[in-house]
Design a protein around this ligand. Sequence first.
Ligand SMILES: [Cu+2]
Length: 471
Amino acid sequence: MTSFSRRHFLGASAMAASAAAVSKAAMAALPEPVIQDSPDTMPPLVPNSGRPYKPVVTLNGWTCPWRMNNGVKEFHLVAEPVVREMTPGFKAHLWGYNGQSPGPTIEVVEGDRVRLFVTNRLPEVTSIHWHGQRLPNGMDGVSGLTQPPIAPGKTFVYEFVARRPGTFMYHPHADEMVQMAMGMMGFWVTHPKGKHPLIDAVDRDFCFLLNAYDIEPGSATPKIMTMLDFNLWSWNSRIYPGIDPLVVRENDKVRIRIGNLTMTNHPIHLHGHEFLVTGTDGGPTPKSTRWYEVTTDIAVGQMRQIEFLADEEGDWAFHCHKSHHTMNAMGHNVPTMIGVDHRGVVKQITDLVPDYMAMSERGMHDMTEMEMPLPDNTAPMMTGTGPMGSVGMGGMFSVVKVRRDQKPGDYKDPGWFEHPPGTLAHEFTGTLPDPARLPAGSSSSLPSAARPSRDVEVKVRKPGAGHGGHH
Ligand SMILES: [Cu+2]
């Protein structure tokens, strides 16, 4: 993990310093924007001014430092073009805030007066809408409706009291289709002041946004006209294997806050544990409405906050359950070739198209291990190497790593889980009995549709079978 970097000479510490230490002239000026160059998950930003709270960890992101100005928390967001590494080897040219997409997470406490300076360094107008907040209408950030748009080069200031604790986000409300397709968005958490009857204290509190891009393999800029057929499904503008693991200590109480700024819903699924949905962008959910789930659907524009006790050690998959969303570019528009025997035609085709490759006759897992020539700056379609081989995943996929010996407050990746003896699925090497089958057409109490049939034919060419055998 690297530290905050700066474009300007004022140190980051100056921003967070107490108001008394800064001259009146300096306080009248804009707070220096803090710029982040790294796509890594930054450690929680422990507050050194204002009301205390337990900070969140933004997955592959960071929290925006503020300065206190006469009791007001001042933040400076800069809307600008950014280069975002979506996964190692693949950089996208996006728009974002303060050096990254998404922008920094804003963390404040219920009752805080917040002043947000927004500087526009984009080539077109913008504005910021503070999604989910109670605020004066004129601070709502809808350009044309509640404010004139922020012209390139101009700075606007928003000011309101964070009245409601909860999970929120921010995004432009000017040329939204383009600006959100380009990655302009950020997270906002308002912590409760003191104990709240519906908001439990947790040991780890993670947050990230669901977003999606359509970037042609080999290029770097999203196609902004795409409405549905995105090819990169990301968490905080990162795709697996570029998404960091969520590292927790065994028996930690864990909260994960997720907001959806894509154009479709995402059923988010956690392995090995059950969770409760404890909050939405409307605030904490009443306890009587909570039930345990292992998947929760997050619709477009919604936020969900889930909580669970991490009491099972291991490397637990955590992902969107739409299987096309755990793939990277090229995951779409590939014809289904399972059961198609290419061998006869490959020679004929390669005479015409030298680069042609017969692929996916046996499913697509082979592609995860195939050394396919890819254009420069392309994410592999599905990849990620685990301790047991290729994970065969991309897109919206990560791992919740639960470890007994992880120190409290330590988010460092502990490596792969070491399975206790006798707890690992393995190849069976004993003798296999013939499976008992009902003879086809025999009188049976099963309805005919449920009866096994001899007519089932699965054309699969097995690896090493030598001959394209039909079963
Ligand atoms: Cu999804």
